[in-house]
Design a protein around this ligand. Sequence first.
Ligand code: PLP
Length: 379
Amino acid sequence: MQGQNNVSRRSFIGGLATALTWAGAYPNLTFPAQNRSQRGPDDYDRMAKLSFNENPYGPSNVVMKAMTDAFKYSNRYGYPDGGITEAIAKHHGVKPDNVLLGAGSGEILKVADDAFLIDHKKVVGVDPTFQTVYQFAVNSRAEAIKIPLLKDYRMDIPGIIKSVKNNYRDVGFVYVVNPNNPTGNIIPKQEIQLLLDSIPGDVPVLIDEAYHHFVDDPNYATSVPYVIEGRQVIVTRTFSKIAALAGMRLGYGLAPKELIARMRPFANGSINAIVKWGGVAALNDTATQDWTKKTTLALRKKVTDQLTGLGYSVIPSEANFFMAHVRRDVTPIIAEFEKKGVLVGRKFPPMVEHLRVSIGTAEEMDRFMTAFKEIFKQT
Ligand code: PLP
């Protein structure tokens, strides 16, 4: 199923073009040491790209076909759209007015900032985490209250609760990522429940489930049932990771309809005609999702076992990436990897000795391990 049409997938997505689209969507994120704009597409294609938690396999054949067939709608603004909103609603057992589409789930994060941080309100979350929400907050002259991770890198839910209570009138919303990026660990379902039960009921909580599809831990649960219950919860999901559509830009938020109504005026609606059809096909293509999860988790286990075998500790991850403690500052290490044709994640202060590595193909992970052994022998 996989690997059959890699060439066409690659030329469709276009390695460098994808990277630049992504860069455009996240102008405030720091790229690793490399300067992508000075590198040709061929150079970039040759790299093992383990830096952005992407899906290395590309969209499945059925998704490719749905998108290719939809090119003929390129002249239309919104419709026909393949019934994407209805398909997402059905998939989660919610109504279409509980769904807000975004050009990537990143757009929903921006919309939440715009909708809930009016009048300089504050967003409360952990640090480090996916920092886009904090960056958007700062851009709109709001403020981020960042609660440090606990010593064992778990997210400090009691710390968030305390901070929300202390700042109640000023808090626009709470942001948590489950599983977290960059650490890959989860917030257990009891702690999500504790969070929602402990803070004032009118404070929206955005739960970013970008990596939901990779989780195996039975202590994890999606927070979609809270949306169905009518709690002030927004769950975001993306087609970028499990469905390999990062460059096509499609994600969504699920929330009670009053919250969606507050957010919708801030949404751009600029989702391309083609990916909507790809999204519908991807939702139905559970076989490829299962394959991707299984393959990714097996490779994650193999590589993290190798690293622990070499004496390096790894934070237990439930996502398509992991963090290893390399016991020295990662900035020169990232540059060393790049010289060897392997792109790894950027530095995530204050975790300056932790390297974030995405799970690529088996061949890419072998390249990573070879480079790792060489780098850590020399330095
Ligand atoms: N949320 C998290 C936690 C992420 O790691 C990412 C991307 O890496 C996103 C959201 C944004 O993804 P997208 O805008 O591609 O849906």
